[in-house]
Design a protein around this ligand. Structure first.
Ligand SMILES: [Zn+2]
Ligand SMILES: [Zn+2]
Length: 332
């Protein structure tokens, strides 16, 4: 018998069809490990190839080298404009609406070494990567045209990346998507009904219940969501209520780094070199300090493929319960 669960924060349903309980090895991926080399001559993100990227926007240096660089994406989805005082106009075309493709699309090169991963970066370096996320988020928040700033990481072919050099991306858009608008709306509605942040409520419950808990330190908590949409879906949240990603204190970034590194180490033990996307989901910059939203990072392993039903309905069919995934992860 399958079971259908609702996500408290989105009101979306997930179908759990767990006829045959799956073990971690059933999901293990055999994606080839990265080329075991610190340098590739033809990789645009490797040290020494800095002239192969567009002009740098930000860097952190140390030990006589750069450690992290941020550059515009060479093939951007959206392009910035030089003037600061402009507003992105909407245009009517018959019954349709369009606007200029204004925005920002940046690449965060996380290490000069080609074969680094989230697991292999030392904690101090990973902390600098997350600090860079915050710096760029804050910088782009100043542009009033940018309604949404999404920071994400794609790893592996199934996750949509062909470049194996460790990197994340940031896209700032001049509109809010219906996906985020719905999450904001549902969080606002929960707050209207109960006077509480729905994410803080889930944190308090999962912390006590422990069933779906994956990892916890002084400042961050990670668990597999009750209505997880894919196997090993994990959410990492700050324990203190913060609506916008830029509200994270610099002194707390090391705890965020610690959570990320621990979780990827655990996932790798179970799943090998698996493909995944992660994304930081935050209230838009102009919603800084809101009581009802709570920023978080979601890890979505790409172990299964979305098929017709998922695409047509927006409902996911998951084959493993999040408490089983969390159990395996806690043991490792
Ligand atoms: Zn490289
Ligand atoms: Zn909260």
């Amino acid at each position: 018998m399958s079971i259908i669960r609702q996500d408290l924060s989105t009101k979306d349903w997930t179908i759990f069809a767990v006829e045959r309980s799956k073990r971690p090895k059933d999901f293990k991926q055999d994606s080839p490990d990265k080329k075991d080399t610190t340098h590739l001559d033809d990789c645009p993100f490797c040290k020494g190839n800095e002239n192969k990227t567009p002009k740098e926007l930000f860097r952190i240096s140390g030990n006589g080298s750069w450690l992290i660089r941020v550059v515009p994406n060479k093939y951007p989805a959206l392009n910035p404009r030089q003037e600061l005082n402009y507003s992105v106009g909407r245009h009517i075309s018959g019954p349709y609406l369009n606007m200029e493709g204004i925005g920002s699309h940046e690449v965060i090169i996380e290490s000069p070494r080609h074969n680094d991963t989230i697991r292999s970066l030392d904690l101090g370096h990973l902390e600098k990567v997350l600090f860079t996320y915050k710096q760029r988020y804050k910088e782009l928040s100043k542009n009033e045209n940018y309604q949404l700033i999404i920071i994400f990481r794609n790893h592996g072919a199934r996750a949509g990346t062909s470049l194996e050099h460790p990197h994340s991306q940031l896209i700032a858009t001049p509109f809010v998507t219906s996906y985020i608008r719905n999450k904001l709306y549902e969080a606002q509605r929960y707050f209207d009904d109960f006077g509480k942040c729905v994410y803080c409520e889930m944190i308090n419950y999962e912390k006590r219940a422990k069933k779906r808990l994956v990892y916890e330190n002084d400042k961050f908590i990670s668990f597999c969501p009750y209505a997880a949409v894919v196997p090993y879906h994990i959410i990492i949240l700050p324990k203190d209520h913060q609506s916008c990603f830029s509200e994270i204190e610099d002194s707390d970034i090391k705890y965020f780094a610690d959570s990320l590194k621990k979780i990827f180490t655990k996932l790798h033990k179970l799943l090998g070199n698996f493909d995944y996307n992660y994304v930081i989901d935050s209230a838009p910059p102009d919603k800084f300090g809101e009581k009802h939203y709570h920023w978080h990072l979601e890890i979505l392993p790409r172990l299964t493929t979305r098929a017709g039903f998922e695409i047509g309905s927006g409902v996911y069919i998951n084959t493993i319960l999040p408490e089983d995934c969390a159990g395996y992860l806690r043991e490792n």
